[in-house]
Design a protein around this ligand. Structure first.
Ligand SMILES: [Fe+2]
Ligand SMILES: [Fe+2]
Length: 197
């Protein structure tokens, strides 16, 4: 017998655009989250995913930046130890994942997607990679708009090559600026590169 597991009520609500009460996100941020969710919903439909997964993909888009406008100093105590020493702008993903976990969301793939959407991680599967791509490719981003549009046009069919191209560009940018590259980001790159090899 196939058991249909409904997503958590918070996830179902988020898939329809209803954010948790604890969200701290202004109107522009919410518009970005809607565009990311729109892309993810479109890709999930195009991939023929089951309804449960379509809900999870859309929800990831709406939830990923739910705490993006919160003061990083308020987020730091909420995040687990590996994240606690990250720069402030990297805390909103893991903090949102922890808040969701605290509400009873036990969907580890969704929680990982939210937690690692900014930095990437080797453990990210299709949902996490799609969120990483959608966050970067959503049409509201004006910088390098033609390049982003060309990458969008290859989705969702070329998920791995497109995510690899985005990760490479972002890592190259960090290195060019002399910034550190987090181990999670390098692990993400190594996972992608080994699949492409
Ligand atoms: Fe974010
Ligand atoms: Fe985002």
């Amino acid at each position: 017998m196939i058991v249909f597991e409904r997503p958590h009520v918070v996830v179902e609500g988020a898939a329809r655009g209803r954010l948790p009460e604890w969200a701290v996100a202004g109107p522009e941020r919410r518009a970005h989250m809607e565009r990311v969710a729109g892309l993810l919903g479109w890709w999930a439909d195009a991939l023929g995913l089951e309804e449960t997964d379509r809900i999870r993909w859309r929800a990831a888009g709406h939830l990923h930046d739910a705490l993006r406008d919160e003061d990083p100093d308020a987020l730091r105590p909420l995040v687990p130890e590996p994240f606690r020493h990250h720069p402030g702008h990297l805390l909103h993903g893991p903090a949102a994942a922890e808040r969701l976990r605290g509400e009873g969301v036990a969907d580890e793939e969704l929680l990982d997607a939210v937690a690692f959407h900014t930095i990437g991680d080797a453990r990210l599967g299709a949902l996490g990679r799609a969120l990483y791509a959608a966050d970067f490719l959503e049409p509201g981003r004006r910088f390098l708009a033609d390049w982003r549009a060309a990458l969008r046009a290859r989705m969702p069919g070329e998920l791995v090559p497109v995510v690899t191209e985005i990760a490479r560009a972002r890592i190259e940018n960090l290195v060019a600026r002399g910034s550190p590259v987090l181990p999670e980001t390098l692990g993400f790159w190594n996972a992608l590169a080994s699949e492409a090899a």
